[in-house]
Design a protein around this ligand. Structure first.
Ligand SMILES: [Zn+2]
Length: 499
């Protein structure tokens, strides 16, 4: 049979739409054409497939070979199609029974010696194959993350020869089973951070409602330590959230470590990161740090040092929870529901307000430094808290600091109240929902009006204060927001006046 079709999948964002690899052998001078891939990638794919077939001692047909990847308008990273193309050539030239391909999907890059190399997005592809009712044949290294798609039959193979032996019925591939029992993820403990009661309280409020937070303080006061403890006090991920988080990582170049299943991601890109690295981009589009932090925490240390355009690009995903990347004809949407935690020094030298008095920054320099962060971004950060140098008594104190487990129990209860009341964390409430779920009495209304005037808060800021107050009331197990809850929420906006 001079025609063969093989099922595979492309990767668009974190979705894996089906791609049919059609191989046709025609009369005429020997030639090898691949249609449906960008030019630059075609030659490499041809070289790898030809070499792998030779190495495995198959015959490379001296015919006019045409490979078509359909549909034509899908973006395709070429290397994943090496295996299906090679199998299609073998089936079309009668070296492999064509009907053996049915019921399978294939993906894998071929080395020149015919070994299979891992592919990106194995989890999304495995989910798609399972929905289509097919087994998924893929490189051994990609099997653990693909196996997170529990209903899909995963058949890992090390080489083209192993796949051929399986399809010929000589040596069936053994299905991969996720042998390792799923263990609860472990995180660094909040008890490791000495002192800083105020910042810890703010971190707890941020965790309860999913609010963004900024820590302002000199170097070495534990800002990074505090931020890295946030994932450990957040509620456990649901199965759907864990699958989505794993799918994003699986589609990225860093890949997903199956042992990290259910662990909330913590990403802390350096301030030299480009806008594309932070929010995503490139050709073909790849997820950025905000998507790798999906369902977890994005920590931006030394916030004013990040490129301004990179910070501005955070505004849209902070509102919508996703990011659309368009490059030329290619387009991808990645989820980006991350919790932002930022840290910065109080001034360029970092020692403003220090008792030693060694800060020599002028008020002008301080204003310019803080001005690097735009008003609209500052507006979206609900909690701002100072993290001063701890007093010696705090460091030496023998008082046992509270563990993450204890804090997490309160956070979980507060989060459950929110889900029961409104189906989402307080930070995700829209304006209309805020008016409905964050009502306050007349005395609290007066307090808020005064604060708005004093801190010159925007209309957006008004709603944001209410949502934080709602989280504080939820932590206190109160149905209604009281003046003490509101006063604490306003307190977290006090630093706005200095920006
Ligand atoms: Zn200074």
């Amino acid at each position: 049979m001079p025609l063969a079709t093989v099922a595979s999948r492309a990767l668009v964002g974190i979705a894996a739409p089906e791609v049919t690899v059609e191989v046709h052998l025609g009369p005429g001078l020997p030639a090898f054409h691949i249609v449906g891939l960008p030019d630059a990638e075609v030659r490499e794919a041809k070289d790898r497939v030809r070499a792998a077939l030779h190495q495995a001692r198959f015959e490379f047909p001296a015919r006019r070979i045409t490979v078509n990847l359909a549909p034509a308008d899908l973006p395709k990273d070429s290397s994943r199609f090496d295996l299906p193309i090679a199998l299609g050539i073998l089936a079309a030239s009668g070296q492999l029974k064509a009907d053996a391909l049915a019921g399978h999907e294939f993906a894998g890059e071929l080395s020149l010696t015919g070994e299979l190399r891992p592919v990106r997005g194995a989890l999304a592809m495995a989910l798609g194959a399972g929905e289509a009712g097919r087994a998924f044949v893929l490189p051994v290294q990609s099997a653990p993350q693909a196996a997170l798609a529990e209903r899909t039959r995963i058949l890992p193979a090390a080489s083209l020869l192993e796949v051929c032996a399986h399809l010929a019925g000589e040596a069936p591939l053994a299905p991969y089973h996720n042998g390792a029992a799923r263990i609860a993820p472990s995180y660094a403990d909040l008890a490791d951070v000495k002192g800083q009661a105020q910042a810890k309280r703010a971190l707890e409020v941020a965790a309860a409602g999913g609010h963004a937070m900024l820590m302002l303080g000199p170097p070495g006061t534990g800002k990074s330590m505090l931020a890295s403890r946030l994932p450990g006090i957040l509620p456990a991920m649901s199965a759907a959230e864990a699958l989505e988080s794993a799918s994003v990582l699986s589609a990225s170049s860093i890949g997903f470590d199956a042992a990290r299943w259910g662990a909330r991601p913590f990403r802390s890109p350096h301030h030299s990161a480009s806008s594309a690295a932070l929010v995503g981009g490139g050709m073909p589009p790849r997820p950025g740090e905000i998507s790798l932090a999906h369902q977890g925490v994005l920590f931006l240390d030394e916030l004013p040092e990040f490129p301004r355009d990179a910070l501005e690009a955070l505004r849209e995903p902070l509102e919508s929870g996703s990011i659309s990347i368009a490059r030329a004809a290619r387009h991808a949407t990645y989820p980006a529901r991350f919790q932002l935690v930022a840290a910065m020094n109080p001034c360029p030298c970092g020692h403003l307000g220090d008792a030693s008095g060694r800060c020599r920054c002028t008020p002008d320099q301080v204003a310019r430094y803080r001005g690097k962060i735009s008003g609209p971004l500052m507006d979206r950060i609900d909690l701002k808290v100072e993290v001063p140098r701890p007093r010696e008594s705090e460091l030496m104190g023998s008082m046992e600091a509270e563990s993450s487990t204890a804090v997490r129990a309160r956070v979980c209860e507060a989060r459950e109240r929110q889900l029961a009341r409104q189906g989402k964390p307080n930070a995700w409430l829209q304006a209309r929902e805020t008016m409905r779920y964050c009502t306050i009495d007349a005395a609290a209304e007066d307090l808020l009006k005064q604060a708005i005037a004093r801190l010159s808060l925007s209309a957006r800021g008004y709603h944001r204060v209410l949502r934080v107050a709602r989280s504080i009331a939820d932590l206190a197990e109160k149905e209604s927001i009281g003046t003490t809850h509101l006063a604490e929420a306003i307190q977290y906006r006090r630093l706005d006046a200095s920006f």
